[in-house]
Design a protein around this ligand. Structure first.
Ligand code: HEM
Length: 493
C-alpha cells in the first residue's frame, strides 16, 4: 500500500484461497452483510488471490461507483461466462471498452424515458392478460409474471407476440437466460477461480467445449430473431417498430456488427424478463406478510381511480402509495440482492473517518444491495416492510413533491454510475402498473396454516422467492371489468 494508506478491514481468510470457503455457494450477500456489520461500510476480502471490496452503504457506493465512475465501471472477465459463453459480446459482462460504450448508446436510445413511454400500449395489454390469468389461476402466479415480463420484452425487442408461452423461440430464449444465470453464478466453474485452466487444450477441458457449444446455441438464436425482423422489413410486413428494427435502421450510426447488435438486444431481453417477474413475486409476498399495506394501497386506488375502470399510466402521478410499495418491495427483497460487481481499473484511495484505504486496480467492487437496503440510518426498522418511509416526512427517505416522488430513478436497487440498469424506465412503468392493477382488482391473503419462511429464495444472481401458496379473491365488481377489458384486447382465448 502507498504510504499513509491501509487496506480496508475484513476477515483474514486462508492462505491462497482467502475467504473462498467462507462464502456460501448461494445468497452470498447474507454473509457479506454479516461482514459489513463486523467491519463497517467498506470491507475487503480475497477470493483465491482476487481482491473483493464490499460496499455496504449507499454513500460509499455512490462516492465510488457513481462519482468516480471513470475508473469503477468495468467488469471482471470471468472465463466461462464472459469469454466462452458470450464470446466477449454480452454487454452485461463486457469490460469498460469501446464495444460496451457503443452497445450502451444503443440501449440508451431504446430504453430512455421517451422511448419507454412508447411501449406503454404493450404494457397495458400484457398487464391485462397477466391480471386475467392471475385472477383465474393464482397458484400459477410465477407463470403469469414470467409471461408478462417475457411477453413484453419479446414484443418490444423483436415484435413477436407470445400467445401460449409454448412457442419454440420462447423456450429457446428462456433457456438462454437460465444458462446465463447458471454459468455466471459465482463458483459454478472452477476455471473462474483457477483461470490458468483456460490454457488447457479443448480436448482436456470439457468446460471449454461446453462453453463454446452454449455460445453457438445462443448466437444462433439471437441471429434467427434478428433475421426474422430483417425479413419482415424487407417484405413490408413489419407491424410495429421494435428494438431490432430500430437498431437495423441506423446500424451504421451505431458502428456495431450484426452479431454485436444481436447481443445488445438479446441482453436487454434477458436482463429485463426474470428481474421484473421476480419483483412482482416479492410484491405478492409483501402483501401476504403486511395486509395493512394492501389495505392502504386499495384505499388510495379507490379514491383516485374509483371502481369503474382499471388504473392506467395517467393515474401514476396521483398514486404515490403505489410507487412507494414498488420501491419498498425492491428495497425489502432486492432481486439483484448482491448487485453486479464493478471492476476497478486504476489504483484508488478512499477515506473513511480519517483512515485512508487503498483500493487496488483489478479489485471487484460489490455494491451489496442487501446491506445497503438495511442501513438503519437511511432505512429505520430495515426488516420492516414500510412503504410509509417514502411518504412520511418523519423518515429520512421522504421527498416532495409526492406527484413525482417516490420513484426509482437512481435507486440503489438498479445499480450505480455508468453501469446503472438501462431498463430502469421500462421496469418502473411495468411495476407501477402491475402493482396498481393487482391491488385494484384483488384481495390477497396468506393461506392459513402455511408457514412462510423468512427468506426462502432461488439460487443465482437474480433471485425470486420459491413458490408459495396464497389466497386471492376478486374485489367486488372488479372481475367483470377485468374480463371485459381482457376480451376486448385478447378475445375469449
Ligand atoms: C425489477 C427490475 C430490474 C432490476 C431490479 C434491475 C437491476 C439491475 C442491476 C442492479 C444492474 C447492474 C447495474 C450495475 O452494474 O451497477 C442491471 C443491469 C442491467 N439491466 Fe436491469 N434491472 C431490472 C430490469 C431491467 C429491464 C426491464 C431491462 C431491459 C429493458 C434491464 C436491462 C439491464 C441491462 C442490459 C443491464 C446491464 C448494463 C451494463 O452492464 O452496462 N434491466 N439491472
Amino acid at each position: 500500500t502507498p504510504p499513509g494508506t491501509i487496506h480496508p478491514p475484513g476477515p483474514k481468510g486462508l492462505p491462497i484461497l482467502g475467504s473462498l470457503l467462507s462464502i456460501p455457494p448461494y445468497h452470498s450477500w447474507l454473509r457479506f452483510f454479516q461482514w459489513s456489520q463486523e467491519y463497517g461500510p467498506m470491507t475487503q476480502i480475497s477470493i483465491a488471490g482476487r481482491p473483493q471490496i464490499l460496499l455496504s452503504t449507499e454513500k460509499v457506493a455512490n462516492d465510488l461507483l457513481r462519482t468516480r465512475s471513470t475508473v469503477y465501471s468495468s467488469r471482471e472477465q470471468l472465463p466461462m461466462a464472459a469469454v466462452l459463453l458470450s464470446s466477449n459480446m454480452r454487454p452485461l459482462l463486457l469490460p469498460y471498452n469501446d464495444l460496451w460504450r457503443a452497445g450502451r448508446k444503443v440501449m440508451h436510445h431504446l430504453t430512455m424515458h421517451s422511448a419507454a413511454i412508447s411501449y406503454g400500449s404493450v404494457q397495458l395489454e400484457e398487464s391485462l392478460r397477466m391480471l386475467y390469468n392471475l385472477m383465474r389461476k393464482p397458484a400459477e402466479y410465477e407463470t403469469w409474471f414470467e409471461r408478462y415480463a417475457a411477453g413484453l420484452m419479446l414484443r418490444i425487442a423483436f415484435g413477436k407476440r407470445l400467445l401460449t408461452g409454448e412457442e419454440i423461440y420462447v423456450k429457446r430464449i428462456l433457456s438462454v437466460v437460465h444458462t446465463l444465470e447458471r454459468v455466471a453464478s459465482p463458483g459454478a466453474y472452477l476455471v473462474d477461480t483457477l483461470t490458468w485452466l483456460m490454457y488447457l487444450p479443448d480436448f482436456m477441458a470439457p468446460f471449454k467445449r461446453e462453453g463454446k457449444r452454449l455460445h453457438r446455441e445462443e448466437l444462433d438464436l439471437f441471429r434467427n430473431l434478428q433475421d426474422d425482423v430483417r425479413k419482415e422489413i424487407a417484405n413490408g410486413k413489419l407491424k410495429e417498430e421494435n428494438f431490432t428494427s430500430r437498431f437495423l435502421s441506423e446500424q451504421e450510426k451505431w458502428g456495431l456488427s450484426d452479431d454485436e447488435g444481436a447481443y445488445v438486444i438479446g441482453t436487454l431481453f434477458e436482463a429485463g424478463s426474470g428481474t421484473t417477474a421476480a419483483a412482482m413475486m416479492n410484491f405478492i409476498l409483501a402483501m401476504i406478510h403486511h395486509p395493512s399495506s394492501l389495505a392502504a394501497l386499495q384505499k388510495e386506488l379507490d379514491e383516485v381511480v374509483g371502481g369503474e375502470r382499471l388504473p392506467g399510466f395517467e393515474d401514476m402521478e396521483n398514486l404515490p402509495r403505489v410507487r412507494a410499495v414498488v420501491k419498498e418491495t425492491l428495497r425489502w427483497r432486492p432481486v439483484t440482492a448482491g448487485g453486479v460487481p464493478h471492476r476497478l481499473t486504476k489504483d484508488d484511495i478512499y477515506e473513511i473517518d480519517g483512515k485512508k484505504y487503498f483500493l487496488r486496480a483489478g479489485s471487484n467492487v460489490h455494491a451489496n444491495q442487501w446491506a445497503i437496503h438495511r442501513d438503519p440510518s437511511l432505512y429505520p426498522e430495515p426488516e420492516n416492510f414500510l412503504p410509509d418511509r417514502w411518504l412520511d416526512p418523519q423518515y429520512p427517505t421522504w421527498k416532495e413533491p409526492l406527484s413525482i416522488y417516490p420513484n426509482i430513478q437512481g435507486f440503489s436497487a438498479f445499480g450505480f454510475g455508468r453501469r446503472i440498469c438501462p431498463g430502469l424506465n421500462i421496469a418502473e412503468r411495468s411495476l407501477n402498473l402491475l402493482v396498481a392493477r393487482i391491488a385494484w382488482a384483488c384481495d390477497i391473503n396468506a393461506k392459513e396454516g402455511w408457514k412462510y419462511p423468512d427468506y426462502d429464495y432461488t439460487k443465482g444472481f437474480n433471485v425470486q422467492p420459491n413458490w408459495f401458496p396464497f389466497k386471492l379473491k376478486a374485489r367486488e365488481g372488479r372481475e367483470y371489468l377485468v374480463e371485459q377489458a381482457h376480451e376486448k384486447i385478447w378475445g375469449t382465448a
